[in-house]
Design a protein around this ligand. Structure first.
Ligand SMILES: CC(C)(COP(=O)(O)OP(=O)(O)OC[C@H]1O[C@@H](n2cnc3c(N)ncnc32)[C@H](O)[C@@H]1OP(=O)(O)O)[C@@H](O)C(=O)NCCC(=O)NCCS
Length: 147
């Protein structure tokens, strides 16, 4: 998926907070150190791995493709990539009112690690808190942490 397609899908997936990211922003992210993309036809996950720690930068599934397991599969693929790159834990931020994502992350084993009050500023409406979630990653067989 190229930066334009990523931006289009991101804008369709995120209608509240955070704001959509532009093609230029995706282009810059994809060129940044440690950033990896896991993509499917109707969704993608973007992670950044730095010094044994991974961050889920974004996860998006097209509205018409939801509740079919794609979000769960992309998250699992992102976690596997992160572990293969030497990460021992994954962090992410999620809007406190995002029930679908919170359910997905809870089912995948993420636990609350922090709270950022008023973190998101949707174009319409009041600021929304972000929850910081964390999960310990288990290296898959055959993968070795980078030294
Ligand atoms: C969050 C998101 C990625 C989930 O993608 P998805 O492909 O629909 O998720 P899955 O079908 O893999 O769902 C996995 C599990 O998550 C939970 N879940 C997903 N959507 C849910 C919803 N709307 N309500 C309640 N639980 C939900 C369920 O436990 C679900 O398992 P089940 O279908 O067996 O009950 C998708 O809704 C999305 O793109 N939302 C907008 C962008 C976003 O919020 N991204 C994450 C922000 S960090």
């Amino acid at each position: 998926m190229n930066p334009e397609a990523l931006a289009r899908l991101h804008a369709r997936a995120f209608t509240g907070a955070p704001r959509p990211w532009s093609a230029a922003e995706f282009n810059a992210l994809l060129a940044a150190p440690g950033v990896q993309l896991a993509a499917a036809d109707a969704g993608f996950a973007l992670i950044r791995v730095v010094a044994g720690e991974a961050e889920l930068l974004t996860l998006a599934v097209a509205p018409e493709a939801r509740r079919r397991g794609l979000g769960r599969a992309l998250l699992a693929r992102a976690e596997a990539r992160a572990a293969e790159s030497g990460a021992v834990e994954m962090f992410l931020e999620v809007a406190a009112d995002n029930a679908a994502a919170l359910a997905l992350y809870a089912a995948a084993g993420y636990a609350r690690a922090g709270l950022r009050r008023g973190y998101y500023h949707p174009a319409s409406g009041a600021a929304v808190d972000a929850l910081v979630l964390r999960k310990a990653l288990v290296a898959t067989a055959g993968s070795a942490p980078l030294s």
